[in-house]
Ligand binder design. Structure first.
Ligand code: BEZ
Length: 328
């Protein structure tokens, strides 16, 4: 009931930009859900599980087709499709969202949490949850909750002994400002690149290093192309489960509850899954035989302070998030 009320609040906020007409009675629908990650990734698996639950609970009336690997376009294009109603749902990183609503960039503050379990708790906390309320009014989409990916690391084709060894390298980043700022401060040339292009870019020397997580290293076998891992845990990587505001406006109350509750559950399950998965991923990556060097914020002197100076407009938000993280 609590989750359903949260969705109702979101719909109220959407009223400013969309005329809402809740349809009485359900119409059968095949919801289309887009995501940038491949089919074998946990986000895709939980999206599929959500679809199965929706199908079962609607007696087969509603289904969800998952389009992985950026088949429907990059995240920016998927957001546009959500806004127009051409796409029903998406599991997206917060990257494109934070380009549109900078407050979300605070969630990428360097060294905000130590591990994915704490990241999951922070995303369930008051400050992160409140950010979701901005989505309907500012982007025309509803956020049903957060998921997460594994913590961010740096994988390099050459050994990195000190942060000075990173200077001048071309580092692949997810295309968004918080990481661009981070690497500019460290003194690395950030090369924005969506996930599906990364393997070839490593193979053809377009980049020397990548900002990445352990699951992706194993999924895409990036370890075959770059053999020096800095296990930094330098940022968490939230995901958000979105529903198109236009599509939502046409759903019956009953279908909103079905979709909202099932997406919220899939995202909660995903948060818990990554907490369990993290130690296993470290073991898997170590077993590939690549060099693994564990470092913390002290490896990047002054970087956190300079990043926060760059992000001073979001300082109150960052301070609240750091306070919630410190209290865990
Ligand atoms: C990335 O761009 O590195 C990324 C995209 C989706 C999920 C996890 C990571």
């Amino acid at each position: 009931m609590k989750k359903f009320l949260a969705h109702t609040v979101c719909v109220a906020a959407l009223g400013a930009s969309l005329a809402i007409s809740a349809t009485v009675g359900a119409m059968a629908k095949d919801f289309r859900l887009g995501t940038i990650v491949p089919a074998g990734h946990f986000w895709s698996k939980y999206a599929t599980a959500m679809g199965e639950a929706i199908k079962e609970q609607s007696g087969g009336a509603h289904t969800v087709t998952v389009f992985p690997s950026g088949q429907l376009g990059d995240e920016s294009q998927m957001v546009q499709q959500l806004q127009s109603g051409a796409l029903d749902m998406a599991f997206l990183t917060i990257a494109d969202v934070s380009n549109r609503i900078p407050a979300f960039g605070a969630l990428y503050a360097p060294f905000l949490v130590d591990n994915v379990g704490d990241g999951a708790k922070l995303l369930k906390g008051e400050t992160a949850q409140k950010l979701l309320e901005e989505l309907p009014g500012k982007m025309g989409v509803l956020g049903m909750g957060y998921g997460i990916a594994a913590m961010r690391q740096m994988l390099s084709t050459t050994p990195i002994e000190t942060s000075a060894d990173l200077a001048g390298k071309k580092m692949r980043i997810t295309p968004f400002k918080p990481f661009r700022d981070l690497y500019n401060i460290i003194g690395i040339a950030p090369t924005p690149m969506p996930l599906p292009d990364v393997y070839d870019a490593l193979a053809n020397g377009q980049v020397d290093a990548i900002d990445v997580d352990l699951e992706l290293i194993m999924n895409f076998r990036f370890d075959q192309r770059a053999k020096h891992l800095l296990l930094t845990n330098h940022a968490m990587f939230p995901m958000v489960g979105l529903v198109s505001g236009r599509v939502w406006a046409e759903l019956s109350e009953e279908d909103r509850k079905l979709v909202g509750d099932n997406m919220a559950k899939a995202l909660d399950d995903l948060l818990a899954e990554y907490g369990r998965l993290e130690p296993e991923l470290v073991s898997q990556v170590k077993a590939t035989g690549i060099e693994v060097k564990e470092v913390g914020p002290e490896f990047f002197p002054g970087v956190v302070e300079k990043w926060e100076e760059t992000w001073k407009d979001q300082k109150p938000l960052i301070d609240r998030l750091r306070a919630e993280a410190a209290a865990m």
